[in-house]
Design a protein around this ligand. Sequence first.
Ligand code: TNX
Length: 529
Amino acid sequence: MKRHSTPEPGLIPKPASLRMLSGSAFHLTPATAIMVSPASAAARATAKYLAAVLRPSTGFPLPIRASPGSAESVIELRLGGTDRRLGTEGYTLQAGSRRLVVASPTAAGLFYGVQTLRQLLPPDIFSPRLITRTPWVVPALRIRDVPRFAWRGLMLDVARHFYDKASVLRFLDLMALHKFNTLHLHLTDDQGWRLQIRRYPKLTQVGARRTASPLKGDRKESDGIPYGPYCYTREDIRELVAHARQRFITVVPEIEMPGHALAALSAYPTLSCTGSLFQPRTRWGVEADVFCAGKDETFRFLENVLDEVIALFPSPFIHIGGDECPKDRWQKCPACQARIQAEGLKDEHELQSYFVRRMDSYLRSKGRRLLGWDEILEGGLADGAAVMSWRGTAGGIAAARAGHDVVMSPTTHCYLDFYQSLDTDREPEAIGAHLPLHQVYAYDPIPAELTPAQRGRILGVQGNLWSEYLYSWRDVDYMAYPRAAALAEVAWTPQAERDYDQFTGRLASHLPRLDLLGVCYRRPAREST
Ligand code: TNX
């Protein structure tokens, strides 16, 4: 007789190692308890999270206990142990008859084990409505899992289009399911300032609305429709950060400087070189007016803004943008030219470097680290600052060689705002370039040209959702998924374990989960676009 072995579950991201066992499966029933050992606030919090996410579809009470008691079966969350190879985020999971144990030396590891457990259950565990089933079965297996990279990020541009707090909370929930641990929020740009700053109320009174946007479908025209005011209050941010923290996600704020700053200059025009009256930009693209690098007032303003940002966001890194800063105004500005003279700088590029170094030393004095797009390398970068490589990988390679930490986010593999198919007539309007699912999956963030020591500088990888054409959270879903699922695997799974055909097989089991979660993803097409 042919032996039927249990098929491997469709886990995304794929764990570092998984072994199917021959013993009996684990049964989740109305008489299952969650056991926390030893009792700790951290493990209890994750136990509560687990009970809450399993509740809508199972309807089971899943009490949290310190011992098995009379439970029919037990999910044990075991925090502790000294297995150093599990690092700060690894875990083990063993499922068998009557007992399923998730173990980790860290609370983060336990949380990732719980995410794996959710995916080990039948897909309708993700149903928001009650499913009548007993038992829910997890096949007997053993998993040992450690992420490849410490930075597993997604960036959400909330400046060009804004997504309300509820949408971002949901975005964080989906990130957690895919074991992402960093949400980079692009909070300010030419077209909008989205963060309430107490000391400078005009930033949101003036900077959080624009009179029009490019017309949907014909970007050369204006739609003539006012947009905003939209921003996050301080309370919103506190809630987002707390929700993220419970999911072991760090929220990295980005305040753009010296370029992409027109919304701020509209509120406080004296921070520009010309002092003219501005309005938040109504077209996409790059604005010529930028923060004046000559006036001390600019630096005082930015330091005060960063003080409030630091108070709201516990992230060790603060992103200061630094990309696409045209030098036209600086070339003609007496204050900027005087600064170049006084500081002995060669040109406006060195002035940008001066700007970034000055912000770097300020952030350092507050115990934080500066992170910026790869343009911040131009003219020399302060020690300790980290680089996000977006214009290909050359910036990341140069930065790693110079001893800086790097997050890889090249347009070629990580720009989730690009078209997903070459058949652009059948896709919602996007930024122009093309990034199919398989190309995201194919990315290896470690450049072959680096030495082993330099490779250690690559903190990880991030997918970017620039939002010029992402009008609502549904568009965000559509562009993010399933490419973010591919990126999650790039970020988490050992390179040797990755295989695109296998991934698409697992994705077929994963999409029903996303369906039940109401994710408006793009259904992968058969054609290899
Ligand atoms: C470049 S990537 C930008 C953004 C745009 C994006 C569109 C980067 C650091 N700057 O301002 O939104 O292209 O893909």
